[in-house]
Design a protein around this ligand. Structure first.
Ligand code: SAM
Ligand code: SF4
Length: 304
């Protein structure tokens, strides 16, 4: 679907849960999270229903995210069913990797195309400071497991916080020995993102340049989003930068989001949302489909 700014909206991000096994300082508070009651969260058949209508209207790529998506059961089964929908070309997953070790085989078998694992630091203490949990080994085990399945393209996502012990060059170094891309995502003032320090990608690029020499822009496309990739001589993977704050890429935005309770959110930075659940729970399948289509059209037409 083309929105009123002429952008082709073909990418849907689905949050399947608001629960998480970490408490990253830029995303969630330490305590006192009000979790959504389970009955308010969309059920598997409802998510599939939405995906089918979305595919009819031109969505071709779907990302499963959270919260932490892997704390919800049956994610491989969900992905398998989404992959079966005519028109859906690509299904990807973003995870903190902690529960990946036990699920990676099933995920690869489900037809998952690509996997993003979030890893902000390789330093255990710093990991505890950022995520408030002592679980770095879980994420590293998840990454190791994921690398056994080269058919699932792997990317590492890192939010630079400007903490010295975060050692961002160490994270970039990961791509020297491994055929994975590392992407640095500028912190955004969403969640708790405006309560923590951060550094800009330009600053970080300069630091990496000083450390490793020339960065050569790589114009190949490695994902669905606005990352700009660079290669470093001798490195197997690339480093990418998503400059959410200092870059300006709204004109290229191709996505829409759906919360775990079935609200469509055309943009992260606006509160605007459209509730799909009443339509999704309609008895009459024809009416249901029509109503979901109407809401989807309205939300895309009004995307800021
Ligand atoms: N729990 C999963 C994970 O951490 O990968 C998936 C959900 S998480 C919200 C998706 C991504 O958003 C992660 O890479 C995380 O680092 C990033 N993120 C969360 N809050 C952010 C913020 N305020 N600014 C920039 N990125 C943020
Ligand atoms: Fe959980 Fe991901 Fe948020 Fe960290 S960024 S608290 S892992 S949802």
């Amino acid at each position: 679907m083309i929105d009123r700014c002429g952008r082709n909206i073909d990418y849907l991000r689905i949050s399947v849960t608001d629960r998480c096994n970490l408490r990253c300082i830029y995303c969630m508070p330490e305590e006192g999270i009000r979790l959504t009651e389970r009955e308010k969260i969309l059920q598997e058949p409802e998510i599939i229903r939405v995906c089918k209508v979305m595919a009819e209207l031109g969505i071709t790529k779907i990302k499963i995210t959270g919260g932490e998506p892997l704390v919800r059961s049956r994610i491989p089964e969900l992905i398998y069913q989404i992959k079966e929908i005519s028109g859906i070309e690509k299904v990807t997953l973003t995870t903190n990797g902690i529960l990946l070790k036990g699920q990676m085989k099933a995920l690869a078998e489900s037809g998952l195309d690509s996997l993003n694992i979030s890893l902000d630091t390789l330093d255990r203490e710093c990991f505890c400071k950022i995520t408030r949990r002592d679980l770095l080994d879980g994420t590293l085990d998840g990454i190791k497991e994921a690398m056994k399945y080269p058919e699932v393209q792997l990317k590492i996502n890192c939010v630079p916080l400007g903490l010295e012990e975060q050692d961002l060059c160490g994270i970039a170094e990961f791509t020297r020995k491994n055929p994975v891309h590392v992407r640095f995502i500028e912190m955004m003032p969403i969640g708790y993102g405006n309560m923590s320090e951060s550094i800009s990608n330009e600053e970080l690029k300069e630091t990496i340049r000083k450390h490793y020499g020339n960065l050569t822009e790589d114009f190949r496309v490695y994902g669905n989003g606005p990352a700009v990739y660079y290669s470093i001589e001798g490195f197997q993977g690339n480093v990418g930068f998503i400059s959410a704050m200092h870059g300006k890429f709204c004109n290229l935005c191709n996505r829409i989001r759906m919360t775990s309770t079935g609200d469509l959110k055309p943009c992260l930075c606006y509160e605007q949302r459209w509730a799909l659940k009443p339509a999704l729970r309609m008895e009459n399948p024809e009416k249901r489909r029509e109503e979901i289509q109407n809401i989807l059209r309205k939300s895309i037409e009004n995307k800021k």
